[in-house]
Design a binder for this molecule. Structure first.
Ligand code: FMN
Ligand code: SF4
Ligand code: SF4
Length: 433
């Protein structure tokens, strides 16, 4: 079995699977059982300042998007940071860290945006024996209205300033958790780096309204007839998170900044994808809330089996492996030609591919009177819409034409690599160099 030991900005854990700051990490009872189940680390539910704890709503705090099979695809929440007293959390963290010294225990923090608040709480939390801090600049609801969370994370100058305060207050690693509710993730990531961050973690939740009650005419979850936007997470947000992780990993200024990948991780494969795009470890919330702590067993066995099959001896060998293959559109090979192929043995003759291609693509699938569906190579532009709408996995595949082979649609032989920067239709004729 492959060694899954992971080192993230100097913090070692037996595997790269951490629980993200959220209800699964809200208390000792949860975290103990999470560690017993095998999680490599946890980011404790965000701690706030001393004083009366925050107050949560007393009605539903979640909205959801389900697939046709009722599988949870996206979760929306209007929960705030921990609503338990700071002292209680600190005592529990101290006990847990003492009993599980080999696991990573990170303290997530969010206090008002002034130097005194941050500089006084950080050393106090450090006394728990925690391994590092995660600054919550991401919470998009409730706390943002009080000038915290995403209200800080959306202003790069504030990120830099608060990160610097924290670095001045501790020698432990400081991870900056980024909000996806911005237009360009590079700006907050670079600001975190300037402030001295040891790493970034992303994504926090996405501003969202999951549904509207059409009898009460209010967004769900509804509290006494009113709703508000919440934070969206779960499998549905993974593509957004992967892109943001890759953006940071391939940006020269942030390329060496360790990344903790978060957003929709449900299986070992999701985790491996985050690693490949530049993350050094992953954090999980919705999947644990949906299936319980034991899902980490599948993650551990799946990743280690994959590593054994590929001959990888460390998690670090996967990290960033796909980054060189993420490019800008203009560098894609315009001479790479493929064609859809329908496997007639697998086809159930549903006609979905025909409807999709006929009505919204390139009229490249023919339907015979007895419902045999065939791709016409002289019309197929290889968009792969049919592959994606076909209900039978693997029934339609894309075949790559060899160099020199004639593309029946254009009548031209397949040529060498050439991209948009040198294409004759490109009036801008940008140099490929
Ligand atoms: C109910 C709920 C509460 C959350 N609370 C926090 C929090 O206190 N601090 C924080 O940094 N992130 C919080 N998050 C965000 C998660 O840590 C994580 O960034 C997000 O859910 C994306 O991961 P996922 O798709 O695995 O759920 C919360 C998420 C949920 C669903
Ligand atoms: S790949 Fe696109 S163009 Fe080709 S058959 Fe499928 S849907 Fe039609
Ligand atoms: S969508 Fe798939 S199963 Fe349905 S007709 Fe097309 S190839 Fe056959």
């Amino acid at each position: 079995m492959a060694d899954l030991t992971s080192t993230f900005c100097g913090i070692t854990s037996p595997n790269p699977f951490w629980l993200a700051s959220a209800p699964p990490t809200d208390k000792e009872y949860n975290v103990r059982r999470a560690f017993e189940a095998g999680w490599g680390g946890v980011v404790w539910k965000t701690l706030g300042e001393e004083g009366p704890p925050v107050v949560n709503v007393n009605g539903p705090r979640y909205g959801a998007i389900h697939g046709a099979d009722r599988r949870l695809l996206g979760l929306n929440n209007i929960e705030l940071i921990t609503d338990r007293p700071l002292e209680v959390n600190l005592e529990e963290m101290t006990r847990v860290k003492k009993d599980f010294p080999d696991r990573a225990l990170i303290a997530s923090v969010m206090v008002p945006c002034d130097a005194e608040s941050w500089k006084s709480i950080i050393p106090r939390i450090a006394e728990t024996g925690c391994d590092g801090f995660e600054l919550n600049f991401g919470c998009p609801h409730g706390m943002a209205e009080r000038g915290m969370g995403a209200a800080v994370g959306q202003v790069p100058e504030y990120i830099e300033m608060v990160t610097r305060w924290c670095k001045e207050a501790t020698g432990l690693p400081v991870i900056v958790k980024l909000t996806p509710n911005i237009t360009n993730i590079i700006l907050p990531a670079e600001a975190a780096l300037r402030g001295g961050a040891d790493a970034v973690s992303l994504i926090n939740t996405i501003n969202s309204i999951t549904s509207v009650n059409l009898d009460s005419f209010a967004p769900e979850p509804m509290i006494d007839g009113k709703g508000t936007h919440g934070g969206y997470c779960g499998p549905a947000v993974k593509p957004i998170a992967l892109n943001m992780v890759a953006e940071i990993a391939r940006n020269p200024a942030t390329a060496n900044l360790p990344i903790s990948g978060i957003g929709g991780v449900t299986t070992w494969r999701d985790a491996a994808e985050f690693l490949a795009l530049g993350a050094s470890n992953v954090q999980v919330c919705t999947a644990a809330m949906t299936y319980g702590f034991k899902i980490v067993e599948e993650m551990i066995s799946g990743l280690s089996q994959y590593m054994d099959e590929k001959g990888f001896t460390s998690v670090a060998e996967i990290s960033g492996r796909a980054v060189p293959n993420v490019t800008d559109w203009q560098y894609l090979n315009l001479n790479h030609v493929t064609k859809a192929v329908i496997n007639q043995d697998d086809c159930i003759n549903c006609g979905r591919c025909y409807a999709a291609c006929e009505d919204t693509s390139h009229q490249a699938i023919s339907m015979s009177p007895d419902r045999v569906f065939t791709v016409m190579d002289d019309e197929c532009v290889a968009c792969n819409l049919c592959v994606n709408v076909c209900p039978v996995e693997g029934c339609i595949t894309m075949k790559t034409l060899d160099k020199g082979e004639v593309d029946e649609r254009t009548g031209k032989p397949v040529g060498d690599y050439a991209n948009w920067t040198t294409h004759p239709n490109n009036v801008a004729a940008i140099s490929a160099e």
